[in-house]
Design a protein around this ligand. Sequence first.
Ligand code: SF4
Length: 310
Amino acid sequence: MFFFEMLEIDRILRQLRSMYGSVSEELRGWNWSNDILSPPLDGICLGVSEIANRYCSTYKDIYLRRVLSVPAPYSYKTVRGWIYHAICKGVVERAKSRLYGHGLMSGSKLYSMLLADMHDLVSKVFDEHGVSRHVNEQDLRKLKWEAESLYSFLALQAAAKLDRTLSKMQKLDLESAISRIIPVDVERTVNGQLLGLSGDLRVDMLADKRIVVEIKTGDLRDFHKYSVVGYALAVEADLEIPIDYGIVSYIHVDENGYVKIRNKIYFIGDELRREFIEIRDEAFNVIMRGVDPGKPPQCPEYCIYYGVCN
Ligand code: SF4
């Protein structure tokens, strides 16, 4: 994404590798058939976020969704997550298509072109997600304003990255310039079924063909790291390319319209892989037992099922 400086990321990745070493072959996703990685039950496929988002330590959320078929209620934060994701994807796609369509240009020209598309894209995103059905009028206005703030921030980052990249290239070649400006695939679909994960997982971003990126729009939680572990295993199982790193990118638009981004970078080593697989197996156990696992001593109010259980 435009807000990743690959040189900076490279430096951090090298540090992580020197601290943590390498990944055991038996824990690579492509070894999905071994005793550690193969799913405990055939025919059930869970989403990575279902497994990773461990708001509930007793896994009652899994019981509710998968045994009792109680869908997770929508909240303002859920809708905001959809919108931010769609805006990030939309700006990346439009920046690429403008560059492919019109060729290399100055950053200011790209910025003007992207800004001209803003209202069209934001309206499309809101229509496609049926936002007006899920939030009240006041929240709708707030979300639209946040979406436009995020859009123009990303458009400006794209323009700046274009200028920076072109200023360093001796020979201007469209294909290699675009791959430096936007070194990510957005919403890459991968099949995680061999690991008991969903068949059409969408990885928010696959950067540089070696880093999975998960975008988060809420508060920082330690268990978010398991999302990038799950996607890394799925990419390895499906595409057979090693993924050693994950970035959880927290995006927030504050009340003044300033966009704040905080990236947490993880080395997806043996320990995290084993922890993710343990959580996956426990989720499968809850489904196989089909018995209410009960509530934890205290339910966090930000749990999506809070209103259902309490
Ligand atoms: S509200 Fe409590 S019991 Fe229900 S899913 Fe959330 S954490 Fe678990």
